[in-house]
Design a protein around this ligand. Structure first.
Ligand code: PGA
Length: 254
């Protein structure tokens, strides 16, 4: 279960959040938890989650390691601060900041080679879904990643995908559990074509888009859905803790 704080929280707020969260999720065994913080409070999240199973991550980085790239942060810099995971190609990066499939692929390749676990986001807009081109868009985004990453050369545990339909992000509108399963099942099928069956089985694929305690269970029980990338509902400790604990109960059942 991954918390994407987006452009929210000051250092003090991050510290208080983690302090409050940790005891609330201490019983949630079998669930990997990650917090994707803004760069400014990432060191605080790293510090306060040290010696716990919670992973601290960044929401973006640039694929070059150093140089004249004003405003950017590199993979070695993230490792230096103690981050282990990073979101790549979030739809807000693609839509607002014009990140291309090629840039997303290069970032993914650099994260993998640097030993950072990338969560690669893919998803279609409302117009694309309505036009019946969801799969064309999503499969194109997934294929583009593997133009830079050798699926046969990495283990499935080295990469995570998140299917996040753009129309469901921050809108309160969630994909139906069946829509989530349909897209994620097809992504897994495509990963099988690209990297073989065991690769496809190992890769974790998350759903994201208006997840909240009230709708998460029906999505998480879907066969191919391995977890959630949560924006709005991750900002409050109570709702994020509920999501983590709910996922722990779900994994007990299976
Ligand atoms: P949301 O965001 O949960 O607020 O829809 C999800 C995301 O963008 O990762």
């Amino acid at each position: 279960m991954a918390a994407n704080w987006k452009m929210n929280k000051l250092i003090r707020e991050a510290e208080e959040y983690v302090e409050e969260l940790l005891p609330k999720i201490s019983g949630a065994e079998g669930v990997d938890v990650a917090i994707f913080a803004p760069f400014t409070c990432l060191p605080e999240v790293v510090r306060s989650t040290r010696d716990t199973a919670v992973l601290a991550g960044a929401q973006n980085f640039y694929y070059e390691d150093s140089g004249a790239f004003t405003g950017e942060v590199s993979a070695p810099m993230l490792l230096d601060v103690g981050a282990g995971v990073v979101i790549v190609g979030h739809s807000e990066r693609r839509e607002i900041f014009g990140e291309t499939d090629e840039a997303v692929a290069k970032k993914t390749a650099r994260a993998v080679s640097a030993g950072l676990l990338p969560i690669v986001c893919v998803g279609e807009t409302k117009e694309e879904r309505d036009a019946g081109s969801m799969w064309e868009k999503v499969s194109g985004q997934v294929r583009a990643v593997f133009e830079q990453v050798d699926a046969g050369g990495i283990g499935g545990e080295a990469i995570v995908f998140a299917y996040e339909p753009v129309w469901a992000i921050g809108t309160g509108e969630t994909a139906t559990p069946e829509d989530a399963q349909d897209a994620i099942g097809r992504i897994r099928g495509l990963l099988g074509e690209l990297g073989g069956e065991s690769f496809a089985e190992e890769v974790r694929i998350l759903y994201g888009g208006s997840i909240k305690p009230g709708n998460v269970d029906d999505i998480m029980v879907q066969k191919d859905v391995d977890g959630g990338l949560v924006g709005g509902a991750s900002l409050e400790v109570a709702s994020f803790a509920e999501l983590v604990n709910g996922a722990a109960m779900g994994s007990d059942d299976s």
